[in-house]
Design a protein around this ligand. Structure first.
Ligand SMILES: *Cc1c(COP(=O)(O)O)cnc(C)c1O
Length: 385
């Protein structure tokens, strides 16, 4: 099979299973209304849970940062890319979240690759929740450590696997709030199992950070847990982009030696760090935004329950509606678009086969009338599903 045939076959594979992905060039995808091909839609697809991507405080901070420091960082953090601006944000994050150290990464994907790649060696074990994000599972698969997946949010399943073979260092991996299901990991139980087994827990809180816990400190804080490694990302509730890992001082030093994504990749632009810093301030002062989000979640859940759907977690901005069949999920999405609601059908391989779903995200930027429009559209599409 030559290259051309390989590409052709790969594309046909995706077409045959109705899993072919197409990007759409959207205008204002980070706002309450987005536009596509000249039409306006209510946006129920964005991860900008607090509406900070357009917050004037955050936008102004980025502008100020660019005026003062230019637009690029100029190099890896190990050369000239790490500045006082980066250092100040790392200190602030560590203090606020209760860790000795924080290290900035250019994305959550890079953070997970860098951390897991640096820590997991030959003979070590990784036990990951089977629904963990692709960036976590991929890093675990690529590492020389032995990967097993435990049943979703099931500490007993984790405990069984942890007991089975006690050799090597053990790294337990989970998300705080799961990106496709919106449910929360039982972090206390997972912490207990990990620590009894002498292992460390890595929590990727991409979807809990900013949204849950006092001041938006996230899932671990909310559940009174202190995982050895906490990943927070700034592309979701913070509305910007980038990520950080929170850890002890020795682990931070270790990562600075061995995490290749820190060593061989250009550091975040300082202006972006300004924006992240302003977003963190907005998150800390964000009780009113979180309250608005909670009201939207409650209104949506009450509505879909009365339509006969089973909604997601009561605290999560991510509300999946399980459809099952890929084509049906696309048909429902299409019907909702006709009624002015934009949301995404999530299909395998992002989710397990037969569990295609509508991934509805609610944000603080939605008004209660927006939720009602969505419920009305779901009601109209109900005969399809
Ligand atoms: C979005 C996401 C990431 C990736 O973060 P980026 O900053 O977008 O690269 C990692 N983990 C989880 C759970 C995510 O949802």
């Amino acid at each position: 099979m030559n290259w051309d045939e390989k590409i052709e076959r790969g594309l046909q594979d995706r077409q045959r299973t109705d899993a072919y992905r197409r990007r759409m060039a959207i205008v204002d995808g980070n706002q309450r209304f987005l536009a596509y091909q000249g039409r306006r839609y209510l946006n129920f697809s964005s991860n900008d849970y607090l509406g900070l991507a357009r917050d004037p405080r955050v936008v102004e901070a980025w502008r100020q940062g660019a005026v003062r420091h230019g637009v690029g960082s100029g190099g890896s953090g190990h050369v000239t890319g790490y500045s006082l601006v980066h250092q100040a944000l790392e200190h602030r994050l560590a203090d606020w979240l209760g860790y000795e150290r924080a290290l900035l990464f250019s994305s959550g994907y890079a953070a997970n690759q860098g951390i897991i790649g640096a820590l997991a060696a030959e003979g070590d074990r990784i036990l990951a929740d089977k629904l963990s994000h692709a960036s976590l599972l991929e890093a675990a698969i690529l590492s020389p450590a032995h990967l097993r997946r435990f049943a979703h949010n099931d500490a007993a399943s984790l405990a069984r696997l942890a007991r089975r073979d006690a050799s090597g260092h053990l790294l337990v991996i989970t998300e705080g709030v799961f990106s496709m299901d919106g449910d929360c990991a039982p972090l206390r139980a997972l912490t207990d199992v990990a620590s009894v087994a002498g292992g460390w827990l890595l929590v990727d809180d991409a979807h809990g950070f900013g949204v849950v816990g006092d001041q938006g400190r996230g899932s671990a804080w909310q559940q009174g847990c202190h995982p050895e490694l906490l990943v927070v990302t700034f592309g979701k509730a913070a509305g910007v982009g980038g990520a950080a890992v929170l850890c002890t001082a020795p682990v931070a030093e270790y990562l600075l030696q061995y995490a290749r994504h820190l060593i061989y990749s250009t550091a975040l632009p300082p202006a972006q760090v300004y924006a992240i810093d302003a977003a963190v301030s907005a998150i800390i002062q964000g009780d009113a935004l979180r309250e608005q989000l909670r009201r939207n979640i409650a209104r949506f859940r009450a509505g879909v329950i009365s339509l006969g759907y089973t909604p997601g977690s009561p605290t999560s901005a991510i509300q999946p509606l399980l459809i099952g069949d890929n084509l049906l999920a696309l048909a429902v999405t299409e019907r909702l678009r006709e009624r002015g609601c934009w949301l995404t059908a999530i299909r395998p391989p992002t989710v397990p086969p037969g569990s295609a779903r509508l991934r509805i995200t609610l944000t603080a930027a939605h008004q209660s009338a927006d939720i009602d429009v969505l419920l009305e559209a779901l009601n109209a599409a109900r005969h399809l599903a």
